[in-house]
Design a protein around this ligand. Structure first.
Ligand SMILES: NC(=O)c1ccc[n+]([C@@H]2O[C@H](COP(=O)([O-])OP(=O)(O)OC[C@H]3O[C@@H](n4cnc5c(N)ncnc54)[C@H](OP(=O)(O)O)[C@@H]3O)[C@@H](O)[C@H]2O)c1
Length: 267
């Protein structure tokens, strides 16, 4: 059987608030990351643009996904939203279910064995129930796909650096207390960096894990694990040349990348 490229990861939704952090965490952990991105939104990746492979495509255009994830060890699907815009055809079904269905089909036809789906534990206050229904339908679709899966039922995530996140920070601190954790732990908001590192660790598993759902507590535990060593010391693949865009195999035009993504280099 062919060896699984477990550290080659295909990400959808890598330009979102959470997605950018997940991509960063994956790179920090030594992954070789491909990001599906709509060409007009490439700039949203900022400095990360130089440290990932780009797969131009649109998650709702199945033809644009064909073969994109071939050779990867895992697909992590982060496309989705808590904001529907039905007037633009962006219903919750379209955003959360159809996108997941297309990404799962891509992984199946490309022979990717492992799929990580970002779902949600509950609908946030003020968000219609259709949001969570569409997430649950996406979960059902993945579970019946034959892939090995991890479903991340994430709580709300917040930017701990923002002053307006103070109430979330307080909830997060209280939610970490043992008794409260038992009662409300799954819904306790998490700092986005903790959630992102937790997701990255769930994605990067050398051995295929058993399929399972994970919740805030798992993300909190995994996301708070300390880094052991800089990956440059332990992961020889980090000294490879910088990534190239897909498709095409043109020579890379810049130096190897380091531990944390830095600003883009001048052309
Ligand atoms: N925010 C939270 O607290 C929270 C909590 C639990 C779960 N989640 C989940 O996290 C995910 C992201 O949520 P968010 O609020 O950060 O959403 P968002 O800001 O609306 O981001 C959506 C992401 O999907 C991408 N996308 C949308 N349409 C696409 C298309 N046609 N083709 C390719 N990519 C497309 C967007 O890329 P572009 O840059 O091209 O638009 C963007 O990266 C969702 O699945 C959400 O349910 C969020």
């Amino acid at each position: 059987m062919a060896r699984r490229n477990w550290n080659r990861v295909f990400v959808t939704g890598g330009t979102s608030f959470l997605g950018l952090r997940v991509v960063t965490a994956l790179i920090e952990l030594g992954a070789d990351v491909t990001v599906l991105v709509r060409p007009e939104n490439e700039d949203k990746l900022g400095a990360l643009r130089r440290h990932v492979r780009l797969a131009p495509g649109n998650v709702w255009d199945r033809a644009s996904l064909k073969g994109r994830s071939r050779g990867h060890g895992a697909v992590v699907h982060l496309v989705g939203s808590i904001h529907a815009q039905p007037e633009r055809g962006l219903t919750f079904q379209q955003l959360n279910l159809v996108s997941a269905r297309n990404a799962v089909s891509m992984a199946v036809s490309d022979g990717v064995p492992y799929f990580v789906l970002l779902s949600a534990v509950a609908r946030p206050l003020g968000v219609p129930a259709e949001y969570i229904y569409s997430k649950r339908e996406a979960e059902d679709y993945l579970r019946s796909s034959g892939l090995v899966w991890t479903i991340v039922r994430a709580p709300l995530v917040f930017d701990a650096g923002q002053r307006r996140s103070a109430p979330f920070k307080a909830l997060n601190a209280i939610g970490g207390l043992p008794l409260v954790r038992v009662l409300t732990g799954r819904r306790t908001p998490l700092p986005v960096e903790v959630a992102a590192r937790g997701i990255a660790r769930l994605v990067l598993q050398e051995e295929l894990p058993a399929s399972r759902r994970v919740y805030a507590g798992d993300l909190r535990r995994l996301g708070r694990l300390r880094r052991q060593k800089a990956p440059r010391d332990r992961a020889p693949w980090l000294s490879r040349p910088a990534h190239r865009d897909l498709p095409g195999d043109e020579p890379a035009d810049e130096a190897p990348f380091g531990w944390l993504p830095g600003p883009p280099k001048e052309e």
